[in-house]
Design a protein around this ligand. Structure first.
Ligand code: ZN
Length: 293
């Protein structure tokens, strides 16, 4: 990253640090990372307007990591969803520690990858979350292959965030703040009604059981919210769906055998992912304690 861009972003966005990870790091990808510590939730009097901004996908501002309104922005306080209205009164404004990887490749559409580190947001902590990206396992960057944990899905449009390096990073930071506001609403509505509401376009990442099988830890909570372990709950159903999907492609006898034994490879896969993820998190926590008192 260009240091002039960093200075500009730091002045505007505030609580960020630029960290350059050396090539010999075996735990996390080398290159440019940003650490951010944000309190994204807007002022109480702007909460309702921001819910509408999210739903209508209107433009917004971020100041020092916090969602803010411009003086010219129209105020729209009318909220039609009762469950959302109810949680707004008790919406806390926690601090989020975030890590952003800037040297992305084609595998992630050259968009910065954003990880919510503390409090940790992934499928282990939120198995029913509607807006998390999958693991990026062994992506090739800078002559090596590296593991990336589950990242947040902060850009629904999936088109370019901007044309310049500055715009791309700024947009990803701003959208990260907005994503965490949406996440807080989803989390609170999930807690109070057991049916989380994602304000704004809700494009389900998972469209078949196979995706759940690769991302959910069998020993973690199930995605259906029934408070059971995934392998004791919906995993069987997802395996059947996987079987149905791939029946036409592979030899049915082979598929049947794979189905019977499939719990084993998934367990092995997830224990490997969890180990890599734990190492990554430990490294991340060390970075945060180094850069923020
Ligand atoms: Zn289930």
């Amino acid at each position: 990253m260009n240091s002039l861009i960093y200075e500009k972003l730091r002045k505007e966005f505030g609580p960020i640090h630029w960290v350059q990870i050396p090539n010999h790091s075996k735990i996390i990808a080398p290159g440019d990372w940003l650490l951010a510590r944000i309190k994204p939730i807007p002022l109480r009097e702007h909460l309702r307007t921001f819910v509408n901004i999210c739903i209508e996908e209107k433009t917004f501002c971020v100041d020092k990591g916090k969602l803010t309104l411009d003086v010219d922005d129209p105020i729209n306080e009318k909220i039609t969803n009762k469950a959302v209205e109810k949680v707004l009164n008790k919406l806390e404004d926690p601090i989020y520690e975030i890590m952003i990887y800037l040297n992305t490749t084609e595998a992630c559409s050259y968009q910065p990858l954003v990880f919510s580190i503390n409090p940790l947001i992934n499928y282990l902590t939120y198995p029913t979350h509607p807006h998390i990206n999958c693991y990026f396992n062994d992506i090739k960057v800078m002559q090596g292959k590296y593991f990336f944990p589950q990242s947040i899905c902060y850009n629904d449009a999936n088109n370019s965030l901007g044309d310049t390096e500055y715009e791309i990073i700024k947009e990803s930071l701003w959208n990260t703040s907005l994503w965490h506001f949406r996440h807080r609403i989803w989390e609170e509505t999930q807690n109070s009604t057991n049916k989380g509401i994602w304000i704004g376009p809700n494009k389900e990442y998972f469209d078949n059981g196979y995706n759940y099988l690769t991302e959910l830890n069998p020993y973690g909570l199930c995605r259906c919210g029934r408070n059971k372990k995934y392998y004791e709950c919906c995993m069987e159903k997802d395996l059947k769906e996987l079987d149905k999907i791939s029946k036409n492609i592979l030899n049915p006898n082979y598929r049947k055998a794979e189905l019977r034994t499939s719990l084993y490879p998934y367990r092995k896969y997830h224990s490997q992912m969890d180990m890599k993820s734990r190492k990554f998190l430990q490294y991340a926590h060390e970075l945060f304690s180094k850069y923020y008192d």
